[in-house]
Design a binder for this molecule. Structure first.
Ligand code: ZN
Length: 172
């Protein structure tokens, strides 16, 4: 996903969250979102406050803190605490991944499949308002498929040998 698309996806998600929770859509909140979307590293509230200060935008400290906590609630950010200090980082856009789950060994693997996810998200289910979806596909992982194939081969081989044994016995 390109950086622009990524930014757009976050905006859509934030928009939906604000609407659903009846929060006001203020330019200040979107400014904070933009600062957040442009960072790929872990950051703290001071980092956002600095950006606000550098760009000479008037946003109060309280608004920055408040918006960060809305972003956490909207699952756009994840919050960590390290040595008593709060840090934030972006939640991976798991909505473009399909989860493959092996029913035999329980191994899981996330594979990118934006088409399927966006198809499901675009579907209408009555008056239900879809925000995002997760898709799980169940089956056998490659190592379990190999193990199964080997087991089948072994079973066939044993059956063949037994048949041969029987034939030998009959000849005698
Ligand atoms: Zn498996």
């Amino acid at each position: 996903m390109s950086e622009e698309k990524n930014k757009e996806a976050l905006r859509i998600k934030f928009n939906q969250y604000l609407e659903e929770n009846k929060h006001r859509k203020t330019p200040e909140r979107y400014f904070v979102l933009d600062v957040v979307s442009e960072t790929s590293k872990r950051f703290d509230a001071e980092f956002v406050l600095n950006e606000v200060f550098n760009k000479k935008i008037r946003i109060s400290r309280a608004t920055v803190y408040n918006t960060l906590s809305i972003l956490v609630d909207a699952q756009i950010l994840r919050e960590h605490e390290i040595e008593g200090k709060k840090y934030f980082e972006k939640t991976p856009l798991s909505q473009i991944y399909v989860r493959l789950i092996c029913t035999k060994c329980g191994k899981t693997k996330d594979v990118k499949d934006a088409d399927t996810i966006s198809f499901v998200n675009s579907k209408k289910y009555g008056k239900f308002l879809t925000s995002y979806s997760t898709i799980a596909v169940y089956g056998l992982c490659s190592s379990c498929v190999n193990a199964k194939r080997k087991a089948t081969l072994r079973a066939k081989l044993i059956a063949k040998e037994e048949k041969l044994e029987d034939k030998k016995k009959n000849i005698k």
